[in-house]
Structures are given as C-alpha cells and as structure tokens.
Design a binder for this molecule. Sequence first.
Ligand code: ATP
Ligand code: MG
Length: 263
Amino acid sequence: MISIAVSSQKGGVGKTTVAINLAHAFARAGVKTLLVDADPQGSVGLSLSRQSRLLTGFYDFLADPSISLDRMIVPTRLETFSLVACGQASDYEAGGGGMGTHLARVRTFLRNVADRGFDLCLIDTAAGLFGVTGDVIASSNAVMIPQQAEPLGIRSVPKLLEGLNRLRVMNPRLTVLGVCLTMVQNELAESRESASALRELLPEEMLFQTQIPRDGLFIRASARGLPVGVLEEGAGAQVVFDALRAEVESKLEASAGHHHVQA
Ligand SMILES: Nc1ncnc2c1ncn2[C@@H]1O[C@H](COP(=O)(O)OP(=O)(O)OP(=O)(O)O)[C@@H](O)[C@H]1O
Ligand SMILES: [Mg+2]
C-alpha cells in the first residue's frame, strides 16, 4: 500500500479539495482507496453526513488504538472508495503533545489500513507541519503540497522549502511528490506571475505540471463535502484530477523505483 499525506504549512490552500478529488480519481480508476481525514476540523467528514462529528474516526484511534478499522471505515457509493472521518479531536491532540507523541499509533493505523487490503491511503491533514500532521507525514510514503496561485501564497514558498527539508530529516524515506498549484486563474496576470515565480523558486521536478484551476464548482462540491465528479455538471472539472492522478502515479514510479499504486 502507498500512503500519501496532503499537507501544507499554510491553511486554506486547497488541501482538502485536492485530497477528496484526487482520492476519488484514484478510486474511479479502480485503485482501492481510503481517504482519511486527519484534520481535527473535520472537513472531509462533511461529506459523510451532518453528524459526521459523531462518527468514530482517526483521532479516536489515536486515543484508543484498540478501535478496529471496521468501526471507522465509511463506505461510499463507489465500491473502491472508502472514508475515515476525523472523529473526536480535541485541540490538545491536534497541536499539543509535541512531535512524535502519536507516531507509533499513526503507524499502526496505516498498517491496519494496509492489512485491510487498500492500495492507497490518502490523508488530508491540518495546516502546519507539526503535531499530528508531522507524525502523519513522518509515517507516510509520500507527501504532496497544494499551493495557492496567489502572490501571498508564493511568498511563503521559501518557508515551505525549509519545511520540506525538515520533513526529509524526519522521514528520510519520504517521497516529496512536489507542489501542486491550486486555484489557478490563468486570465489573471497575478495568478500567472505567481505560477512562474514558483517555477523559478522550485526545482522542476518539485512542481506538478497539472494545475488545479479556480472553479466555482469546487466550492459548490466542497460545501457538500463531495468530490466534484459526482456533481452532474462536474465531469469537466474532474478531468484535471485524472491528470493529477496520472502524474502522481508516474512520480511514485520514478521515486525510489518501488512505490507503485496498482488497481
Ligand atoms: N480549485 C478551486 N477553485 C475554487 N475554489 C477552491 C478551489 N480549491 C479550493 N477551493 C475553496 O477554497 C477554500 C479552501 O479550500 P480547502 O478547504 O480545500 O483548503 P485547505 O487547505 O484544506 O484549508 P484548511 O487549511 O483550512 O484545511 C474552500 O472554500 C474551497 O471550496
Ligand atoms: Mg482542509
């Protein structure tokens, strides 16, 4: 099994949108996919039901690792696509405790997911690279970093690079898939300039070629906590995530040579 964390230092850059839609793209391609909400705010959980906060989920497992995966897995209409909600997370668990506190439990969680026969575990994390998010990244095979295509977002890139180096130290086997530009508006000079600034700042292989355009459909879908592809009008917007999926697959194959996502 491959585990991929979707993370960023900055909040609101499109992590949850990328995680939901990319997971859906893999599942549609026949990859047995589990999407895990490791953000205590519980954004993925929105998709499950209004009462998703009451579902037993990831943070419950961190508090009590005897909870079986069967109690946490929520099936979807797509047989290859399942979810785990965030569960009951206190702020203490999110930020406190320090790096490494939950490391062993995150690893156990991922082992349980692999034992359950999943091909891919995509993990939507809270913003920041510390606390439980740091533990998730330290336990995952790979990480990808959404980045908003706006001047303010691009200014944080040096910090982001610093953060990535820190992650590589934490987990030397981590494959950094790279930065994926989100909310791109090619009709805006500022957005285009941000994209080219990022291209200059990052080594070529660190930037995904696929860019996620700004599209109101993503807001509509995420208000309902759904992948855009399940909206009647969402087929076009879904295509970009098929491209992102293909790029993730080839980046995984290129890395270390032994990461493979297979249906
Ligand atoms: N490509 C896009 N086009 C239009 N709106 C988008 C796009 N991606 C994300 N959004 C919207 O921007 C907001 C932030 O996106 P999202 O929740 O995915 O970011 P996040 O990084 O997960 O945020 P947080 O750090 O709070 O978890 C949401 O309202 C979402 O609907
Ligand atoms: Mg989020």
